[in-house]
Ligand binder design. Structure first.
Ligand code: PLP
Length: 295
């Protein structure tokens, strides 16, 4: 999707007390070259990002995304983002998102230019792809080994598991592999047989009427969409929870979804070739909720 708007941010210190950061923003031509060739984000994928869904000009769950940006920065030893500054940048960006329909705001914080003085940061706005078909008709997934055990995140923090880094080449390769295997998407599992997440989405299962998702204990991202949907389900009187889910849980599920900020809730129709029942009515109600203004 062509970018509609782009803004470069001069990152402020996290304890900078200013309330107005307008003079730290520089609007740029989103189709013109903007980054230095020395950028570590492009040379090494050394940086973090967030993708925020926008509906009818409203940026969804901005605070949860900003908190996760700060969390990713901590894991990656990046300068802590000034959240007042980033919040203001999201507000400016949202004004350039489509007034009607869906858009996406991307926040990017890079370690900066090699030997450069400061991190680099920018924000982009684009129209969102049309996800109506996957929301209605669902997706087939295959499980793929992520190549580490359930205890790896604690043992090897330098793998940056749990941070939303710019190094998504592996995630994209997993989706290509899923397609080679005749599916639409993948669900990562640990090499010792526990369920994790999809390459760009969280997994939610309904087992015996309870909604469960793999615990975000360092190995996976804590999805803002899953968090928001669980709060909604709780309000509606449903039982939700986090769990360490063995692969066998996939065979017990009576409905399953991949959820994320832009695709929203996509019902899973099959896992490794085994059909999964689809609750079309509930899925439609999830997407109605996810398309309503959320903060
Ligand atoms: N897990 C991974 C690896 C992701 O890349 C994403 C989103 O891109 C998610 C989970 C879902 O996160 P969110 O609901 O905040 O979009």
């Amino acid at each position: 999707m062509a970018l509609l708007f782009a803004l470069v941010i001069d990152p402020a210190a996290s304890d900078d007390p200013r309330s107005d950061f307008a003079d730290t923003f520089r609007v740029i031509d989103p189709s013109a070259p903007a980054l230095s060739v020395g950028e570590l984000s492009t040379q090494r994928g050394d940086g973090i990002f967030e993708s925020i869904g926008v509906v009818d000009g409203h940026a969804q769950e901005t605070e949860a995304h900003l908190e996760r940006l700060a969390h990713s920065a901590r894991i990656c030893d990046l300068t802590a983002p000034n959240l007042t500054q980033w919040r203001a940048a999201v507000q400016v960006a949202a004004q350039h998102a489509p007034r009607h329909g869906e858009g996406v705001i991307k926040l990017i914080l890079s370690r900066g230019v090699e030997h450069g003085p400061a991190p680099t940061a920018w924000v982009t706005v684009a129209a969102a792809p049309d996800n109506t078909a996957v929301r209605e008709h669902g997706i087939r997934v295959v499980t793929l080994d992520r190549g580490y055990g359930i205890d790896t995140p604690a043992k090897a923090p330098w793998l940056l598991l749990g941070a939303k880094t710019l190094s998504y080449a592996v995630n994209m390769a997993a989706i290509r592999e899923a397609k080679r295997r005749g599916a639409d998407d993948a669900v990562f599992v640990t090499s010792d047989g526990f369920v994790l997440e999809a390459p760009t989405a969280s997994l939610i299962l309904r087992i015996d009427g309870r909604f469960v998702t793999p615990a975000p204990n360092g190995g996976i991202l804590h999805g803002t969409t899953q968090l928001s949907l669980f709060a909604h389900l709780e309000e509606e009187g449903h039982d939700t929870g986090y769990a360490t889910l063995p692969l066998s849980a996939l065979a017990e599920t009576d409905a399953a979804w991949l959820v994320s900020s832009v695709r929203l809730a996509a019902p899973i129709t099959a896992i490794d070739g085994v059909e999964v029942p689809v609750d079309a009515e509930l899925t439609a109600s999830f997407n109605r909720y996810l398309l309503s203004p959320r903060d």
